[in-house]
Ligand binder design. Structure first.
Ligand SMILES: [Mn+2]
Length: 538
């Protein structure tokens, strides 16, 4: 079974990362296999928090689709090219007729051998049988016949013709270079040796007279003895050639990184039963059949700090949403089965998760409490954002007690670690946290970023405003506004432009000070948008 993946939204903030880690840990404490994932790298203040409390950054997940590496497959039945067809048949039969993958010494795929490849010769023409047998080595023949060697000639090069139980009246020409299966009758043996057979195979008695053997050595004819009957011997000897002779090459194969849905499409055009799955070096890792592609276990997700598909893992429809824990507006996600949703009007998802620890009677340890506290203070601007509730404050007090640090002190440390807006390209700064609204016929865009100090704001203001003026022209906004918000939660510096810029000026005239600072203003949704709507409708 795959674990549940607990994952926050795209472009992850601190709350998204913290909630994923903390909720996955809680699930595991409750005996449920869960792992945190992230949709991107954590920002600098989150990385600081993770390091401070000894957590790893969650691995990044790119898609809800599964690759072949992530689904169940068959263990491949592997064979080397020099294996005899008999060994291959025996193996295939014990493996319930799955195909065999032929590889070189390093495991690189050379081709596929199916049961039909191994048995086709039974119904083929005599010519083909002869051709096939020219590939049989003496070692392979000895192996398939369990044979004992009386004499082996170094110059074994069979014509491919096999004779069984010849008679003295046969045409002597027939025996040159052939393999002859016979019983222990010295006169026949000598007759065949005299006519330069390549090999004689003695069935039955384990014995050859010295005179005959000397003659064989003299003429360069190999002599072996098998315990099998003539009938079995004739059957098995045709299974002596190595499987490389019947290997199908250039077969369709897949890389373990290929996505299941792509593979399914490609398989629809092909008719084999089983296909090799390779790594990047072309080495065989597994075998896959249609069964695996239509019956695989999908990835299951627990979404935290978001509930909208557009903010969630790519290709979410290929996975399953099992649960949602969030504090945003509902954005419509469809599920196959009923699921648990915890959707609260509250300052941070970390607060909700803290409540879940407590309701299960599990106290977060020192590090986990510090982590959760970081999530709460970061998402609520140190409990000063208008979205902050009593429950957030209470959770912060509780976590603060365990972690041994005040919310303010932790927030300060995180702000210290955060990236200065002066180091960000304007484009990133504008769009990293950007929301667009359409009010009547007015197109409004509002961006927001934490800003550590008044000095930073003054240094960036003019240049950034000029950039926003360019964006207004190219993107046709009627109003473009930006909030530089104090992460300690005192308020925001505001700049705005566009032909409807008067809306901001008029709407906030009683709030903005001479520096463009709006004390206590931190929320677009709760504090900016309502004013814009009111002012426009006046
Ligand atoms: Mn949040």
């Amino acid at each position: 079974m795959k674990p549940y993946y607990v994952v926050g939204h795209k472009n992850p903030d601190c709350d998204a990362i913290v909630s994923a880690i903390a909720y996955a840990a809680l699930k595991r404490k409750l005996g449920i296999d869960a792992e945190a994932r992230a949709q991107g790298t954590a920002n600098p203040e989150t990385l600081f928090l993770l390091k401070k409390y000894h957590f790893e950054q969650p691995p990044v997940i790119h898609t809800a689709k599964c690759s072949l590496a992530e689904i169940e497959k068959d263990t491949p039945v592997l064979a080397r090219p020099d294996m005899t067809m008999k060994e291959a048949l025996d193996l295939v039969i014990t493996q319930k007729n799955r195909g065999m993958l032929v590889t070189d010494e390093e495991g690189h795929l050379e081709g596929v051998v199916s049961v039909s490849d191994l048995t086709r010769f039974w119904i083929t023409s005599e010519e083909n049988m002869v051709e096939l047998m020219t590939h049989a080595t003496l070692d392979n023949i000895i192996k398939v016949l369990d044979a004992k060697v009386f004499f082996r000639s170094d110059a074994f090069s069979p014509s491919g013709v096999v004779h069984a139980v010849p008679s003295l009246s046969d045409n002597p020409e027939r025996f040159r270079g052939s393999i002859v299966i016979l019983r222990n009758s010295p006169d026949i043996q000598r007759f065949v040796i005299e006519n330069r057979a390549a090999l004689i195979i003695i069935c039955g008695e384990d014995w050859i007279d010295n005179v005959t053997l000397e003659k064989a050595k003299e003429k360069g004819v190999s002599v072996i003895r098998t315990p099998y009957s003539v009938l079995d011997c004739t059957k098995y000897i045709y299974q002596a050639p190595p499987i490389e002779v019947v290997t199908t090459r250039n077969v369709m194969s897949f890389n373990e990184k290929d996505m299941v849905d792509d593979v399914t499409k490609r398989l629809a055009k092909s008719r084999f039963r089983s296909y090799p799955v390779l790594d990047d070096e072309g080495r065989v890792k597994a075998a896959i059949s249609r069964y695996h592609l239509f019956n695989y276990e999908k990835k299951r997700f627990i979404l935290v700090d978001h509930n909208e598909e557009s903010q969630s893992v790519n290709d979410l429809e290929f996975g399953e949403v099992a649960e949602i824990v969030d504090h945003h507006r509902m954005g419509g996600i469809e599920t196959v089965n009923p699921i648990n949703i915890t959707e609260r009007v509250i300052g941070s998802t970390a607060t909700i998760i803290t409540g879940m620890y407590r309701s299960h009677g599990i106290e977060p340890d020192h590090d986990m409490a510090g982590l959760l506290l970081g999530g709460v203070v970061n998402d609520t601007l140190c409990l000063k954002s208008p979205t902050t509730t009593d429950e957030d404050r209470e959770a912060a007090t509780y976590l603060s007690g365990i972690a041994g640090i005040t919310p303010e002190a932790l927030n300060e440390e995180m702000i210290g670690a955060s990236m200065s807006i002066l180091n960000k390209p304007y484009l990133e700064l504008l769009y990293d946290d950007f929301k667009e609204f359409r009010i009547e016929n007015t197109r409004v865009g509002i961006g927001q970023s934490p800003c550590k100090s008044k000095e930073e704001f003054f240094r960036i203001r003019d240049g950034f405003l000029a950039y926003m003026n360019e964006v207004i022209v190219s993107q046709h906004y009627d109003l473009l506004a930006f909030l530089f918000t104090d992460p300690a939660g005192t308020g925001s510096y505001m700049i705005y432009t566009g032909k409807k810029a008067w809306v901001m000026k008029e709407g906030f005239q009683n709030i903005l000070d001479e520096n463009g600072f709006a004390p206590g203003i931190m929320s677009r949704k709760k504090q900016i948008l309502p004013v814009i709507i009111d002012t426009l409708n006046k």
